[in-house]
Ligand binder design. Structure first.
Ligand SMILES: NC(=O)c1ccc[n+]([C@@H]2O[C@H](COP(=O)([O-])OP(=O)(O)OC[C@H]3O[C@@H](n4cnc5c(N)ncnc54)[C@H](OP(=O)(O)O)[C@@H]3O)[C@@H](O)[C@H]2O)c1
Length: 264
C-alpha cells in the first residue's frame, strides 16, 4: 500500500529481526527500498533469516545481545563500515513470560527489565550518538506492548514497557533539536513466533481473548509493520513522543484478567 520507493536508500536497523514481527518489519522495509541490518542473539537462525531477506535487497546481520553495550558498539561499527550512516532504528527485540507477579523470581524480573528497558536504552543511546545526532536526522520506533490498563499476568513486561514509553517521551523532547523523531507501537495479541514460547494453557486462552476483542480477531505481523513503517516514514513527519496502539481496541476493551484467572 505504501510507495515502493518510500525508503529508497534509507538504512534501517531492526533488532530481533531474525523472527516474527521483527522479520516482518525487515521484509517490509526491504520491499520499499531500504537497506536493512538485523541482529539477535542466536547466530544460526539469524544468518538464515538474513539469507532469506537478502533475496529482497541488501540485508546484513550481526549477532548482538542488546543488553551488552560493547556488543551494541560493535554492531554500530559494522553499520558504519558497511553503510556509513543509519536512518531508522526499530527497537523490536524483547521478551517476557507469563506468570502471576507473586511467583516472578529476582532473576526472572531482572531478565525482563534488562532486555526490554536496558537493552532498548543501550541500542538507542549508542545509535543516536554514533549516527542520528551527528547526522542531525534519525527516526526511532520502539515496539512495546499494550500496557494501557496494566498487564496482569505479565507485570514485569508491563512495567518495562511503561518505562520505554516514558523514555520515548523524554528522548522525543531532548532530541527534537537534532531532527530525531521517536515513537512507540503497542501491539495487542499478534499471531507470531513470540507466542510459540508460551505454555499450552496460555495458548488455549488465545481463542477466548479473540472473542473478547471487539474486532473479533488477533493482529497480524503486517498490521504491526504497517504501523511501524508509517511512524518510520515522512508520512508521520509531525508526530513524535507518541504511542500507536495496534490492538483492535484491546487497550480500551478487553478482559485483562483472563490470564490471571486461568493461572489461579
Ligand atoms: N507477538 C505478540 O503478541 C506481541 C505483542 C506485543 C508485543 N510484542 C513484542 O514484539 C516484539 C517481537 O515479538 P515477536 O512476537 O516477533 O517475538 P519473537 O519472535 O520472540 O521475537 C523476539 C526477537 O528478539 C530477539 N531478542 C530477544 N532478546 C534479545 C536480546 N537480548 N538481544 C538481541 N535480540 C534479542 C530474539 O532473537 P534471539 O532469541 O536470537 O536473541 C527474537 O528475534 C517483542 O518485543 C515482543 O515482546 C509481541
Amino acid at each position: 500500500m505504501y510507495s515502493p520507493t518510500l525508503f529508497q536508500d534509507k538504512v534501517a536497523l531492526v533488532t530481533g529481526g531474525r523472527s516474527g514481527i521483527g522479520y516482518g518489519i525487515a521484509e517490509h522495509l526491504l520491499k520499499l527500498g531500504a537497506k536493512v541490518i538485523i541482529c539477535a542473539r542466536k547466530e544460526e537462525p539469524l544468518a538464515k533469516a538474513a539469507a532469506q531477506l537478502s533475496e529482497l535487497g541488501t540485508c546484513v546481520h550481526r549477532p548482538c545481545d542488546i543488553r551488552e553495550s560493547d556488543q551494541v558498539e560493535a554492531l554500530a561499527d559494522l553499520i558504519e563500515a558497511e553503510f556509513g550512516r543509519l536512518d531508522i532504528l526499530v527497537n523490536n527485540a524483547g521478551g517476557q513470560f507469563p506468570s502471576l507477579a507473586r511467583y516472578i523470581s529476582d532473576n526472572g524480573w531482572k531478565a525482563v527489565i534488562n532486555t526490554n528497558v536496558n537493552g532498548t536504552f543501550f541500542v538507542t543511546r549508542i545509535m543516536a550518538n554514533r549516527f542520528f545526532i551527528p547526522q542531525q536526522e534519525g527516526n526511532i520506533v520502539n515496539i512495546i506492548v499494550n500496557h494501557f490498563r496494566g498487564f496482569p499476568g505479565m507485570a514485569h513486561t508491563g512495567a518495562a514497557r511503561a518505562a520505554v514509553e516514558n523514555l520515548t517521551k523524554s528522548l522525543a523532547q531532548e532530541w527534537a533539536t537534532y531532527n530525531i523523531r521517536i515513537n512507540c507501537v503497542a501491539p495487542g495479541t499478534i499471531i507470531s513466533s513470540g507466542l510459540d514460547t508460551y505454555a499450552e494453557p496460555v495458548k488455549e486462552l488465545l481463542d477466548q481473548m479473540k472473542e473478547d476483542n471487539l474486532m473479533k480477531r488477533h493482529g497480524t505481523i503486517e498490521d504491526v509493520s504497517n504501523a511501524v513503517l508509517f511512524l518510520a516514514s515522512p508520512l508521520s513527519a509531525y508526530t513524535s513522543g507518541t504511542t500507536l496502539y495496534v490492538d483492535g481496541l484491546d487497550h480500551l476493551h478487553s478482559n485483562r484478567m483472563r490470564m490471571v484467572d486461568a493461572f489461579r
